[in-house]
Design a protein around this ligand. Structure first.
Ligand code: IPM
Ligand code: MG
Length: 371
């Protein structure tokens, strides 16, 4: 297959983790006879610095022409600490999601046996945790009218949802539920919010079209607690934009590191694949960031292209690195490997270049001892 991939490196650690995914995609292309063509676009603080615009038109055009988008990370502390900034990096990503109508953000949460000790939760709670958060991505409080009065003493963000917006992401979530354990949970705050009551009404209607799916409802405050108390109970978790943002960061704690989690944003136009972590500016340029969130996002992209064998090959390679202790600093602050070393090992695994017995001593030569 021949695919055009728009690559947006973005800010902070975005470039270094995304470039590992690009090499891994190249290793897959070589191994399976595909051709991936990359076009690079700007977004975020990087784009503001170079063009004054967090999402230049060229980037939108590039994305629309491509078969998929691989994105790194967005954000810079310069803007985080300046609430008066008119132009912000995050506007780039939000505008891109909106202009491509990427209404469903899919965030799988699972745990790795080898990393269970990293989670603050007990191992028995973590076994067989496997659920997917379906986060609505182009509506709600993120995109409603924002206001602040002239005196800067009063501000508001409007949370708006239409039936159609709820329906389209809900259908997708129910379709996934049918392919999995046929269990769907809507997370909302229907005891307080009008938008949540609309979500509940619409999801109740849609549920009748999927009679095999066991549909349940939970308030978001309780869901936040249940993710820690008993995460095994979840399968498909459907929720609105901001609840999904918050719950997915919380859920990442189950896997041991935020750096491991991938996501896919699907909708009307070109789908986008990105790790759920942020730009982690403190680590930028040091070759210490965890590339796995990005690499697993690239695997989700391969799934999306219908290349399941290839996607599973990437996931197997990732599992192999984790099981053999080839991990970055977020996972093992003492014996850690560089971002680029992990990328190289995954490429070698895909290219069948890892010997049956791993000569760890050779690989360990590339281990960091200085940072
Ligand atoms: C995410 C991020 C973004 C969001 C930010 C960077 C705008 O936190 O993708 O989860 O809030 O959606
Ligand atoms: Mg977030």
């Amino acid at each position: 297959m021949n695919k055009n991939i728009a690559v947006i490196l973005g800010d902070g650690i975005g470039p270094e983790v995304t470039m590992q995914s690009v090499r891994i995609l190249d290793a897959i292309a070589e191994q399976y006879g595909h051709q991936f063509n990359y076009g690079y676009g700007l977004m975020g603080a990087d784009a503001i610095d170079k063009t004054g615009n967090p999402l230049p038109d060229d980037t939108i055009d590039l994305c629309k022409r491509s078969n998929a988008i691989l994105f790194g990370a967005i954000g810079h502390p310069r803007y985080d600490n300046d609430p008066t900034a008119k132009v912000r990096p995050e506007q780039g990503l939000l505008r891109l999601r909106k202009s491509l109508e990427l209404f469903a953000n899919i965030r799988p949460i699972n745990t790795y046996l080898a990393l269970q000790h990293l989670s603050p939760l007990k191992a028995q709670q973590l076994e067989s945790v496997d659920f997917i958060i379906f986060r609505e991505l182009t509506g709600g409080i993120y995109f409603g009218q924002k206001e602040i009065n002239a005196e800067k003493t009063l501000a508001s963000d409007l949370c708006v949802y239409s039936r159609e917006e709820i329906q389209r992401v809900s259908h997708l979530a129910f379709q996934y539920a049918m392919m999995r354990r046929k269990k769907l949970l809507l997370v909302d705050k229907a005891n307080v919010l009008e938008t949540s009551r609309l979500w509940r009404a619409v999801v109740q209607e849609i549920a009748t079209q999927y009679p095999e799916v066991q549909t349940e409802y939970m308030f978001v405050d309780n869901a936040a607690m249940q993710i820690i108390l008993n995460p095994k109970q979840f399968d498909i978790v459907l929720t609105e934009n901001m609840f999904g943002d918050i719950l997915s960061d919380e859920a990442s704690v189950l896997s041991g590191s935020l750096g491991l989690l991938p996501s896919a944003s699907i909708g009307t136009h070109t789908a986008l694949f990105e790790p759920i972590h942020g730009s982690y500016p403190q680590a930028a340029g040091k070759d210490i960031a965890n590339p796995i969130g990005s690499v697993l996002s690239a695997a989700m992209m391969l799934d999306y292209f219908g290349m399941q064998t290839e996607a599973n090959h990437v996931r197997d390679a990732v599992t192999w690195t984790l099981q053999n202790g080839f991990v970055t600093k977020d996972i093992d602050p003492v014996n850690f490997y560089f971002t680029s070393t992990i990328g190289e090992l995954i490429c070698d695994y895909i290219g069948n270049k890892i010997p049956g017995v791993v000569n760890k001593a050779n690989i360990e030569l590339r281990k960091s001892t200085i940072i």
